[in-house]
Design a protein around this ligand. Structure first.
Ligand SMILES: [Zn+2]
Length: 143
């Protein structure tokens, strides 16, 4: 028996889930029509609107933000998200083999600088850019 560890690294920024989401009033039911000003749906009787948590950036509903920038949640339920370039290790680390991790395609300084500019452009309109959060983050998983 051995435990297998995997590692993923994100070059980018850390964001809290509450920075990325907002509450919006959304239609409660899927009825096609009904008076939008009414408190309850005249077809099914449910309240017309309920407050739902939505992603502030439409693209954040999937994990591909733009170009090579992705949004990553290290594990389900984690409050931290990371936006940036994802590097995955090619080799898995095993406690039986002690191989270590090897990132074969480390980006050049220019790629990292371009990434920083792209993240700034993407996140600034939402008030989410903080250059102090730009860095290298690694997550380790076990199986
Ligand atoms: Zn309805």
């Amino acid at each position: 028996m051995s435990t297998t560890y995997t590692a993923h690294t994100v070059i980018g920024v850390k964001l809290k889930k509450q920075q990325l989401t907002a509450n919006a009033m959304m239609r409660s039911c899927e009825c096609v029509s009904g008076d939008p000003a009414a408190k309850y749906c005249s077809y099914c009787g449910k309240p017309m609107y309920t407050s739902k948590e939505v992603w502030r950036l439409k693209a954040m509903e999937d994990d591909q933000l733009t170009g090579n920038i992705r949004l990553v949640q290290p594990y389900h339920g984690c409050d931290d998200y990371f936006a940036g370039m994802v590097l995955s290790c090619d080799a898995r680390w095993s406690s039986a083999h002690n191989e270590g991790w090897n990132f074969e395609h480390w980006p050049s300084d220019k790629v990292i600088q371009d990434l920083k500019v792209a993240l700034c452009d993407l996140l600034t309109p939402f008030g989410l850019w903080d250059k102090r959060e730009f860095g290298i983050y690694t997550f380790v998983g076990t199986s």
